[in-house]
Design a protein around this ligand. Sequence first.
Ligand code: HEC
Ligand code: HEC
Length: 449
Amino acid sequence: MKTTRTLLTLFFALSGANALAQDGVVDLTKLRNYANQPRPAYITRDNTPGNNAITDAGATLGRILFYDKRLSRNSTVSCSSCHEQSRGFGDDATASLGVNGSTGRHSMRLINSRFSNESKFFWDERAASLEIQTTQPIKDHVEMGFSGTSGDPAFADLVTRLTAIPEYRVLFAMTFGNSTITETRVQQSLAQFVRSIQSFDSKYDTGRALANDNQPFPNFTAAENAGKALFLNPPGPGGGAGCAGCHAPPEFAIDPNTRNNGVIGVIAGGTDLTNTRSPSLRDSVGPGGQSNGGLMHDASKATLADVINHYNAIPADNANLDNRLRRPGGGPQNLNLTQTQKNNLVAFLLTLTGANVYTDEKWATPFNTQGELELIILPESATTLTKNSNGTVTIRCTAAKDLTYRFETSSNLNQWSLITTVTADANGLIERTVTAPNPNQFFRFTYTP
Ligand code: HEC
Ligand code: HEC
């Protein structure tokens, strides 16, 4: 009685991706945890729709799609080209480069997107949900170029391209039960990955776990606590800066009902009054206080100090300026903050930045430096044999949850015949018991995409 096992690995070949951890291996039998990540009890908002809860398989597929340049017409641009992990999934360029020129607005950071109660996406909220948002850049002529217009291929051509890649047939089968690729499935898996990107290890979170927002945090400096009070309190007699009216803690996501904040420039020149969404103010800058890219839809504010100066004295009124940013008598607000107050506000905003999200491999590129990816579908060392008291033998293998494997037999290791198919259970186990195997009979589990 002998057995063999099959290590089935598949390779993507791509040119020059670059990022952090680059072993280029995704082990489908040991998926990373995306579905049950811990988050603080005080985080209560969640825009996950009932039909697209995060699963480890779905977010893994989303991660691979997010970093795959083949999602652009000429295979040069991926989502990560404009949303870099090391920049809080934003971009340091004012306008990001796509396959046909550069974007009209500045790229947005993608941290904690899940925890905003504004469930419409983009600066101007033109995408009705995160799911709908995710394929817009793919179908954009400038960004990824599957627009189906202006001589571009259409989204259906991308589906054809992806369907021809065996790895994607495996990943879609694992996530959705069969290997059919549709726009809805691409949206669901990309949205699962984006929603999984979370950051709750900031200095603010350490303090918030010890005290309520309206109390001083014991781990804060005096300046940080003073900045927090300014952030929370409305302008007027209390002398606050009123930020929490639109970027409420502890999520620091945008208020769904806000109008614009007086930043109305356009990168290419002109005026735009439609920008009423902001990413969470968490991770506005990186872990050392370094820039994650310019702030606001036109990247017109290079630093947090520039942002504070804007709100301190909003330069001009406009037809869609939010009333919270107007003086009681009319006209844009002037908070008359002192330099110390401005510094304190910046000190507080710096406490909102975490660390792990910038480096955790689960959000990093899965491709190696050569742009290749190896999928482990059956690990080499995970098969066990158990001789049962009745003479039968149980062959058990750790496999990828929800994939269907072939259980085959051979007497010469050349020709294999199918005994049965078996689908890995919720723990990723597959097993079959064979009766009285003869001494020259081999068995294996295999997977064919
Ligand atoms: C060429 C650069 C570029 C590429 C490629 C790109 N994005 Fe973006 N992304 C942007 C810009 C710019 C914005 C803001 C655009 C706007 O609001 O008009 C944005 C906004 C977003 C938002 C909205 C965030 C929010 O809080 O509202 C999400 C989500 C997003 N992108 C995800 C993706 C995904 C997923 C992909 C890949 C399928 C992708 N992006 C590809 C540049 C890019
Ligand atoms: C009336 C609602 C409102 C108030 C009050 C408000 N903001 Fe904003 N904030 C917005 C909107 C809307 C945007 C997106 C603006 C854009 O880019 O067009 C924004 C953007 C920002 C950004 C840029 C985010 C990014 O990712 O680029 C920062 C930082 C910010 N606000 C900080 C503050 C601070 C600090 C205060 C208090 C001094 C404050 N905001 C008060 C509505 C508000």
